[in-house]
Ligand binder design. Structure first.
Ligand SMILES: Cc1cc2nc3c(=O)[nH]c(=O)nc-3n(C[C@H](O)[C@H](O)[C@H](O)COP(=O)(O)OP(=O)(O)OC[C@H]3O[C@@H](n4cnc5c(N)ncnc54)[C@H](O)[C@@H]3O)c2cc1C
Length: 463
C-alpha cells in the first residue's frame, strides 16, 4: 500500500486505540521485520493493542482497507512465520500480557496471548502447578506464539504439546469479528473446529487474543543425567532402548559433539575424550519414582555403547544442565553466521537411520551440521551452518536440506516436528500433503480469511 495511504490508516488506528499504540518509524519497523530465521521484511506499521477490542478495531480497519495483518508474539519462530512477507501491519501482542486468572482447584489458567511462557510458569509454580509445554525459548516466547505454532519442548515426550493443554481460545477473525471457543471445565468442547484449527494454524487464520489453558501439578522431584556415547547413531539407538524398557522419562534430548563443543562453557563437568554424542535424560515424580526410573534408564545404557554418565547431584547442577541445553541454539553462531535450522521428525525407531542420513549428507555437501533435539519424540534439530554471502555454500546447503526432507519423508517422518512451515518450508509442503491435500487446506484457509489478509504468503500460500 502507498505510504500516503498507510499514513492515513496509521492516523486512524491512532485515533481509535491511542497514538502511542501504533508506530511507523524506521527504527520500530526494523525491530519487527524479522524472527529467529535470517529472513526479514519491513512492515508498514506496528500496532501494540492492549485488549481484544483494540485488536478487533485494528484488524477490522485493515480488512476494510485491504491491508495485510501479521500476528506477532516475541518473534522467536524458526520458520519466518511472523516476518511481514507482504508488508502490512504487524499486530504485536506484547502488551496483551495479563494473566487473567489461575484457578488452583480447576488447574486452569486464563491468559492474554502476549504472556511470556516463563512468566506463566513462575505464576503457576506459586500454586504448585505447571504449564507443560516448555519450548527452549520459554524465557521470551509468548503463549499466543506457542498456541499458533503448537509448540513442544523437552517435556513433550511425557506431556505432549501445546494442543493438549488448550481448553479454549478467543480470536479476532480476518474481518474483525470476535470468536470465542470457550470450553468448560477441563474438557474442551467436542465439536470445536475453530479451536482445533487455530492451534498450529501458524497465525494464518486470525489473531488469538486470550487462551484458557490446562495446568498440571508440578512433579515433586527430578533426576537428571548426561550420558556420553561414541557416536550419534549409538546415542539414537540408546533412545529406542530407553523407551522400549517401559520407562517414560520426562525428557530425552540428544546433543551431538559439534553442538556440545559450542555450549561446553555452560557445563562444569568433565566430558570424556572422544565423545561423539550426549543424551540429556530427566525422570521425575515422587522421589522414589524419579530414582527408580533413572536406575532403569541406567540399566538400558549398559546395553548401549555408553562412555560414561554424569547424574546431577543438586538442583544447581540440574539447572546448569538445562541452561546448557537452552543455550544451544544461540551458541551455534560460534560455527557460522547463518544456519538453515530444520526440525525434522521421524518415528523413534527410525532415529538411527535419520542421524546416519544426516551424517552422510553433511559429508556429501562438505557442511558442518550440528544436530540436537527432542530425540525421545523422534524430533531432531538439524542445523545446516553457512555463510549466506557465499553462493556456493548456499547452493550446497539448499541441496542438503532437499536431501534431508527426502530422507525424512522416506523414513515415514514429517518435515517439521514443531517449528512449523511458515515461509521457509512452504515449497516442500506439497511433497508431504500431496496436491489434493494442499488444495483442501487452501479451502480451509479461504473460509477463515477470504481476502487473504491474515499473514499472507505463509504455509499454504503459492506466492
Ligand atoms: C532458542 C530457541 C529455542 C526454541 N525452542 C523451541 C522448542 O523447544 N520447541 C518449539 O516448539 N519451538 C521452539 N522454538 C521456536 C519458537 O520459540 C516457538 O515456535 C514459539 O512458540 C514462538 O513463539 P513467539 O511468541 O516467539 O511467536 P512468533 O515467533 O512471534 O510467531 C510465531 C508464529 O505464530 C504466530 N502468532 C504469534 N502470536 C500469535 C497470536 N496471538 N495469534 C495468532 N498467531 C500468532 C505468528 O504469526 C507466527 O506465524 C525455539 C526458538 C528459539 C529461538
Amino acid at each position: 500500500m502507498a505510504s500516503e495511504s498507510i499514513g492515513k490508516v496509521v492516523t486512524e488506528i491512532g485515533r481509535r486505540i491511542g497514538k502511542h499504540k501504533i508506530e511507523n518509524t524506521l527504527e520500530i519497523l526494523t525491530c519487527y521485520a524479522f524472527d529467529a530465521t535470517n529472513m526479514s521484511r519491513l512492515p508498514q506499521a506496528v500496532a501494540f493493542p492492549e485488549s481484544c477490542e483494540e485488536v478487533r478495531s485494528i484488524v477490522g480497519l485493515c480488512f476494510e482497507r485491504g491491508i495485510p495483518v501479521i500476528p506477532r508474539g516475541a518473534g522467536t519462530g524458526f520458520a519466518g512465520g511472523s516476518v511481514p512477507a507482504s508488508g502490512g501491519i504487524v499486530v504485536s501482542t506484547e502488551r496483551l500480557n495479563r494473566i487473567i486468572s489461575i484457578d488452583q482447584g480447576e488447574s486452569m489458567a486464563v491468559v492474554q496471548a502476549g504472556v511470556v511462557n516463563s512468566v506463566l510458569q513462575k505464576e503457576a509454580a506459586k500454586f504448585r502447578l505447571m504449564f507443560p509445554p516448555d519450548p527452549s525459548s520459554l524465557e521470551v516466547c509468548t503463549i499466543g506464539g506457542n498456541v499458533a505454532q503448537d509448540a513442544g519442548g523437552p517435556r513433550a515426550l511425557k506431556y505432549g504439546v501445546t494442543r493438549d493443554y488448550v481448553l479454549g481460545l478467543e480470536m479476532v477473525t480476518s474481518e474483525g469479528l470476535v470468536v470465542e471457543c470457550k470450553g468448560t471445565g477441563l474438557r474442551p468442547k467436542r465439536w470445536d473446529p475453530v479451536r482445533t484449527l487455530l492451534v498450529g494454524g501458524e497465525g494464518t487464520l486470525g489473531v488469538i487474543t486470550t487462551a484458557r489453558l490446562r495446568l498440571l501439578p508440578q512433579p515433586e522431584s527430578f533426576r537428571t543425567a548426561l550420558a556420553f556415547f561414541d557416536s550419534t547413531v549409538a546415542a539414537a539407538e540408546a533412545v529406542s532402548r530407553i523407551l522400549a524398557s517401559g520407562v517414560l522419562p520426562a525428557a530425552v534430548e540428544l546433543i551431538d559433539s559439534d553442538t556440545m563443543d559450542c555450549v561446553r562453557g555452560f557445563v562444569s563437568i568433565d566430558i570424556p575424550k572422544g565423545v561423539g554424542c550426549s543424551l540429556l535424560v530427566e525422570t521425575e515424580g515422587r522421589p522414589s519414582e524419579a530414582e527408580d526410573a533413572m536406575v532403569a534408564v541406567e540399566k538400558t545404557f549398559a546395553k548401549s555403547r555408553t562412555m560414561g554418565l554424569k547424574v546431577a547431584a543438586s538442583d544447581r547442577e540440574r539447572e546448569d544442565l538445562w541452561r546448557m541445553r537452552r543455550s544451544i541454539s544461540p551458541s551455534l553462531a560460534r560455527i557460522a553466521p547463518c544456519k538453515m535450522n530444520e526440525d525434522v521428525c521421524v518415528p523413534r525407531s527410525r532415529l538411527p537411520a535419520l542421524v546416519e542420513a544426516v551424517g552422510n549428507l553433511a559429508k556429501r555437501y562438505c557442511l558442518r551440521v550440528p544436530t540436537f533435539g527432542h530425540a525421545g519424540d523422534g524430533n531432531l534439530h538439524v542445523n545446516v551452518m553457512l555463510d549466506r554471502r557465499k553462493k556456493d555454500e548456499m547452493a550446497r546447503a539448499e541441496a542438503m536440506v532437499n536431501g534431508l526432507f527426502e530422507a525424512t519423508l522416506k523414513l515415514g517422518g514429517t518435515i517439521s516436528g514443531e517449528h512449523g512451515i511458515g515461509l521457509t518450508k512452504r515449497r516442500f509442503l506439497a511433497d508431504q500433503l500431496g496436491t489434493d491435500g494442499l488444495e483442501f487446506q487452501r479451502k480451509i484457509k479461504a473460509s477463515f480469511d477470504p481476502a487473504g489478509l491474515v499473514n499472507p504468503g505463509k504455509v499454504i500460500s503459492d506466492q
